[in-house]
Design a protein around this ligand. Structure first.
Ligand SMILES: Nc1ncnc2c1ncn2[C@@H]1O[C@H](COP(=O)(O)OP(=O)(O)OP(=O)(O)O)[C@@H](O)[C@H]1O
Length: 631
């Protein structure tokens, strides 16, 4: 087998060198995962060969596809052999020397040196082969591709280099020969190996043979009736699929349908969102089988992007086995299955949100940020997704989360709109003067501290026929029923606003602020604050600012309306003195400062130099009008 010819030397990619160093020095106890990874690779290689032989008959033969586990106790060598697709020289260089998946590269770049944590994640980042170096200080890969008559021998001592040489190999497939580290003889003990294979590889869809014995002969669990499966079985299947041996899924969903399309599926949600931990968008996809045979291991088209937290398997007897991956999306049955799966996942989440609120909120906390992308991506299911969204709101003073349905359950009967307010932080949102009138009238307002939520609500536009509007919108309609709560205040404000003094103040403010605003007018919403900015474009100040910041070129903010509270003490005083033309300049200065203050409250930045000068002058003015005589 090892009649190797000339050796050619190669260097590993930098990240792999780092990984190998970590693996060979790892104190991580669970070395068994290396066997799991290698058996899983062997199984993948068998799947790939089966797919090739089904789509191109000339490669087919009648030898059973299987994985052999060959322990050699005398030589301390453990061999894992498959008669799968094999590798060419180029395959060896690219597959066992560099890493193609961007997610895996990100993972490797993020290695922290906390070997226990890092190493346990290896499988899920598609770098499983290298775990061989946890067990061995020398690894040989002897392989022959289904396309070639000759074979290749790859070899490495787990340092920075590997070698490749041409060699005779009798049969198609790959043997991984692990020259076990000194204290790891246990990995040639058949009893120990059997235990490991049963623990991690029960669900491998190909026969695993050791000493002539078939060690994994379990039925695929997805075709079994739900009632006959235990939580442990679901958990261990999750662990097998995801290579996360120490993790339990947050939830699972087992589906079986007979008509119009026959399929079985088990779907899982991971307990943690790796994207939240800064790993970038995770690689995702479901295992797709036709009549129990794997067609594609990461099929991304079965679920939309915004449900990428779902992992699992889908198996349909109605799908043709020799369907090529490229033509899958054109297959009607495939498209129908995809549609049903999306609906079932959304229905499951809805049910969960109603019957196990706590569990749902835990899920939402992890994956809500992914799910909400659906509002934009999936027009057909937009309303279903909207029902699954959760927000902070004034109802519980920003604590806890509410759904839009719950919001409407508390809304006034004649309320036609859903109100929200956006801002950079919860305290800032709560102190926004635009909220005043809503508090007075007992109207609930959603608090959005993430511009993405606001963007999403702007996209949604309506929910259950109620318009979704920002509290700083000029289009706010207050329910008739809330009028009386506000009567006194409105009457007072209307009276103050109708005086000639106030009209003069507005005129002078307009002159001073000029083109910077669309208009200056009396406010019907303020009772305590002096002034506020409202927007007319259907897009809130906060969102416009966020969009502007993410845009390549900053455009000027659209103009707002400055609403002034005619019954505020300062405004009343300005109205009183507006009969005397001598005070016009002072009133204008006040107008400019009031505008700057309103901008600051809305999270906008006024012209700071100008403002500082003006405040200095106003303070001087105030100081000068005080008497120096002690009374
Ligand atoms: N027994 C094998 N037969 C054929 N090719 C193999 C075999 N083992 C590994 N390979 C090739 O080497 C590549 C790298 O393997 P590695 O385990 O590091 O990652 P992966 O298998 O791509 O990821 P994952 O383990 O998450 O599926 C594989 O994608 C495959 O192309």
């Amino acid at each position: 087998m090892t009649d190797a010819k000339e050796n050619e030397n190669f260097s590993f990619q930098a990240e792999i060198k780092q990984l190998l160093h970590l693996l060979s020095h790892s104190l991580y106890q669970n070395k068994e995962i290396a066997i799991r990874e290698l058996v899983s690779n062997a199984s993948d290689a068998l799947d790939k060969f089966r797919h090739v032989s089904l789509t191109d008959g000339k490669f087919a033969d009648d030898k059973p596809l299987e994985i052999q586990i060959i322990p050699d106790n005398d030589k301390h060598i453990l061999t894992i052999r498959d008669n799968g697709i094999g590798m060419t020289k180029e395959d060896l260089i690219s597959n066992l020397g560099t890493i193609a998946h961007s997610g895996s590269l990100d993972y490797l770049k993020n290695l922290t040196g906390d070997s226990k944590k890092d190493v346990s994640l290896i499988g899920q980042f598609g770098v499983g082969f290298y775990s061989a170096f946890m067990l061995a200080d020398r690894v040989e890969v002897v392989t022959r591709s289904y396309q070639e008559d000759n074979g290749w021998q790859w070899e490495s001592f787990g340092t920075g280099e590997f070698t490749i040489a041409e060699t005779e190999v009798e049969e198609r497939g790959t043997s991984i020969r692990l020259h076990l580290k000194e204290d790891l003889e246990e990995f040639t003990n058949p009893e120990r190996l059997k235990f490991i294979l049963t623990r991690y590889s029960t669900f491998v869809p190909h026969a695993i043979i050791m000493d002539g014995e078939h060690v994994n002969n379990q039925q695929p669990i997805w075709v079994e009736p739900k009632s006959q499966l235990t939580e442990e079985q679901y958990d261990s299947f999750y662990q097998y699929l995801t290579h996360r041996s120490e993790e339990k899924p947050l939830w699972h969903l087992h589906l079986s349908a007979d008509s119009p399309i026959q399929f079985h599926s088990i779907l899982y949600c991971a307990p943690h969102n790796m994207e939240k931990m800064g790993f970038g968008v995770m690689e995702h996809g479901l295992h797709l089988c036709a009549k129990r045979i794997l067609v594609e291991s990461q099929c991304r088209e079965l679920l939309p992007e915004y449900l990428r937290f779902v992992q699992g398997i889908v198996d349909s007897a109605d799908l043709p086995l020799n369907v090529s991956r490229e033509s899958l999306q054109d297959n009607t049955i495939f498209r129908k299955i995809a549609k049903v799966l999306t609906k079932k996942v959304l229905d499951h989440l809805q049910k969960m949100s109603e019957s196990s609120t706590e569990e749902y909120l835990k899920f939402y906390d992890e994956f809500g940020m992914t799910l909400r992308e659906g509002v934009n991506q999936d027009f057909e299911n937009r309303m279903k997704i909207a029902k699954l969204l959760r927000f902070r709101s004034s109802d519980a003073d920003g604590e806890g989360l509410t759904s839009l349905d719950e919001y409407l359950g508390r809304a006034k009967e004649d309320q036609t709109q859903i109100y929200y307010i956006g801002g950079p932080s919860l305290p800032q949102v709560k102190n926004n003067p635009n909220l005043e009138v809503f508090k007075r009238k007992g109207l609930e307002v959603l608090y959005l501290v993430d511009p993405v939520d606001e963007f999403m609500l702007a996209q949604l536009n309506t929910f259950e026929e109620k318009q979704i509007v920002s509290v700083d919108s000029a289009d706010i309609e207050f329910p008739e029923s809330t009028k009386s709560a506000d009567d006194e205040q409105t009457a007072e404000a209307e009276e103050a606003a109708s005086t000639p003094g106030f009209e003069k103040v507005v005129e002078l403010f307009k002159e001073a602020i000029g083109e910077q605003v669309q208009d200056v007018r009396a406010s019907k919403r303020l009772s305590e604050g002096i002034a506020t900015l409202v927007s007319t474009g259907g897009i809130s100040t906060q969102l416009e600012q966020a969009l502007n910041m993410s845009a390549q070129q900053q455009s000027p903010m659209s103009k707002r309306i400055l609403e002034v509270n005619a019954s505020a003490a300062l405004v009343k005083r300005l109205a009183d003195i507006s009969g005397n033309a001598e005070h016009y300049d002072f009133i204008k200065e006040c107008g400019l400062q009031i505008y700057s203050n309103a901008m600051l409250s809305a999270g906008l930045l006024p012209n700071v130099d100008e403002m500082v000068h003006r405040v200095d002058d106003l303070l001087l003015n105030a100081a000068q009008s005080r008497s120096s005589i002690v009374t």
